[in-house]
Design a protein around this ligand. Structure first.
Ligand code: HEC
Ligand code: HEC
Length: 485
């Protein structure tokens, strides 16, 4: 019989004082649960970069041949090495000092930019469910015809608001890819001058790429037919195969491969508690907590796994630049819906990869994230300080331009109009101490995809020297000193 051995008695472990970390984690966990977050971003309906059509789309995205003067490519304003954007406040299309310079060194021959808005990133734009562009003018809609039949499709500037554009398939990126080429300031310049409609311009471009009946000078080198046949897997003649529809389809497919959603934040939500720093966790708590409970309430609009509710709101971000109306204003969503309630409302941007895509806002008025956060603390003071510092003349892009004040014309009045409307909305300025502002910025820095910030990792989304350059017009993007991006 075994001798009775008393169970060793250890003194009870002293209570572990809850570390600040575990308290913070618990607090965040509750917020994550309340918001129904899983850390998984749905990417259905998208593709990968080795998809043959995405590969063709990549070559098209990088060729200046889509420009009316063969001088601008889509990638001139949306470069994967620049977070899918261009590092500029206001985008610059045709009439550049040096057409292959992309990023901060890109300059219009007249100094100032002619495009009224900031280039958004094309990263994750395939995940936008209902609208693209700052004002949502490419939009998925449902209509009901006279027979009561419901129909889903895309409305575009060609069809007008609320009307399905019958010429485009039910795919936002495919639909969008038809518009930059028709814009004089972005890609067209003085090209295709006999084309009277957007559709006519697109037919000219397709004929130019396809190397068939065009009034334009043919491309000196043209290997596109081989490329299209490989990607589409058929041997149809150029006139059949290389239409603007197939160009838009390939461009759309490439953009649908640009999913960059593996961030430190999403890893944290999936369970890796070491993925965030303490400051980032504190910033996250502020982000997800409502102002009446001491938070910043950002989640009201920047919600879900993609950090956007896909709605349209006026936040009275300052506006600079040529604007969209004859008076130089940018009324945003209202120009599309013709509804005054939408004055100055813009689409809520996703905040994934936001640290890579400065400057911020629809007209690129903030060079730094801390300025954006400070705007939410006191929009009126933010606007007044902004213009007191010089408005557009304070921006990195325009700082050295003698005429930078032209970009401020009408801007103060217009922004004050937006401020008056903002005061009538439920939006409440948020109370944040300077260290809380820093923590929110730290949190925004945790929303960067791990691959998107690595030049090596991003490489496969940029055509390499080894890949065929079908027309010798590939954008080989460099900085102002000539170094490759
Ligand atoms: C001159 C610079 C420029 C060029 C070239 C350009 N874009 Fe853009 N792009 C912009 C600007 C500016 C916007 C925002 C316009 C707006 O919202 O009104 C934009 C918006 C977009 C968006 C919407 C993203 C979103 O989240 O709303 C996509 C997608 C896009 N462009 C794809 C393309 C494609 C494809 C091409 C080539 C066919 C192209 N762009 C050429 C400047 C450019
Ligand atoms: C009422 C809705 C709403 C709330 C609340 C809100 N935002 Fe926004 N946010 C927007 C809209 C709309 C824009 C685009 C505004 C514009 O360009 O005019 C935007 C733009 C931004 C941008 C710039 C992104 C870019 O790519 O240009 C950042 C960063 C941002 N918000 C962070 C925050 C933070 C941090 C908070 C909380 C302090 C917050 N937002 C609260 C709607 C909101």
């Amino acid at each position: 019989m075994a001798a009775f051995t008393p169970r060793p008695r250890f003194p009870p472990p002293p209570p572990v004082p809850p570390t600040q970390e575990s308290q913070l984690d618990r607090q965040l966990n509750t917020l994550i649960t309340v918001n129904g977050l899983t850390g998984e971003v749905h990417t259905h309906g998208t593709t990968t970069i080795d998809d043959p059509l995405a590969q063709l789309g990549m070559k098209l995205f990088f060729t200046k041949a889509l420009g009316g003067e063969s001088s601008v490519a889509c990638a001139s304003c949306h470069h994967p090495a620049l977070g899918g954007a261009d590092a500029l406040s206001l985008a610059i299309g045709v009439d550049t000092e040096q057409e292959d310079v992309v990023g901060r060194g890109r300059r219009h021959v007249d100094g100032l930019a002619k495009v009224p808005r900031n280039s958004p990133t094309i990263f994750n734009s395939g995940l936008s469910p209902n609208a693209l562009f700052w004002d949502g003018r490419i939009e998925r809609i449902r209509t009901v015809d006279q027979n009561g039949e419901a129909k889903v499709g895309i409305s575009t500037p060609d069809s007008g608001f609320g009307v399905i554009d019958e010429a485009v398939p039910n795919n936002l990126l495919n639909a969008l890819s038809r518009f930059p080429v028709t814009s004089k300031e972005e890609m067209r310049g003085t090209g295709f001058e006999n084309a009277q409609t957007n559709q006519a311009i697109r037919s000219h471009i397709a004929a130019k790429i396809g190397g068939y009946a065009s009034e334009e000078a043919p491309l000196a080198t043209n290997d596109w037919l081989t490329q299209f046949r490989q990607a589409f897997g058929n041997n149809r003649p150029a006139e059949d195969l290389i239409t603007f529809d197939s160009i838009a389809m390939a461009l759309g497919r490439y953009q649908q491969s640009l999913n960059f959603v593996d961030t430190h934040w999403h890893r944290y939500v999936r369970g890796d508690k070491s993925a965030l720093t303490q400051a980032q966790k504190r910033g996250a708590v502020l982000f997800f907590t409502q102002p009446n409970q001491g938070g910043a309430g950002c989640v009201t609009c920047h919600s879900g796994e993609r950090f956007t509710n896909d709605g349209f709101f006026n936040l009275a971000f300052p506006q600079i630049g040529p604007g969209k109306t004859a008076q130089g204003q940018d009324l945003g969503r209202a120009t599309i819906t013709q509804n005054v309630q939408d004055n100055f409302a813009f689409r809520v941007p996703s905040l994934i990869n936001v640290a890579l895509t400065a400057p911020y806002g629809h007209s690129g008025v903030f060079d730094h994230l801390s300025q954006v956060v400070r705007h939410y603390v006191n929009p009126r003071r933010s606007v007044d300080d902004y213009f007191a510092r010089g408005g557009a003349c304070f921006l990195v892009q325009f700082r050295r331009d003698e005429n930078c004040n032209d970009l401020n014309e009408g801007a103060i009045e217009s922004t004050h109009q937006a401020l008056r409307l903002l005061a009538q909305t439920p939006f409440q300025p948020v109370r944040l101490s300077p260290s809380e502002i820093d923590e929110l910025v730290e949190f925004l820095n945790a929303l960067t995809d791990v691959c998107a910030s690595s030049r090596d990792c991003i490489d496969k989304y940029i055509p390499s020297q080894q890949q065929t350059d079908p027309d010798n017009l590939r954008l080989n993007a460099t900085d102002a000193r000539g170094n490759s991006l």
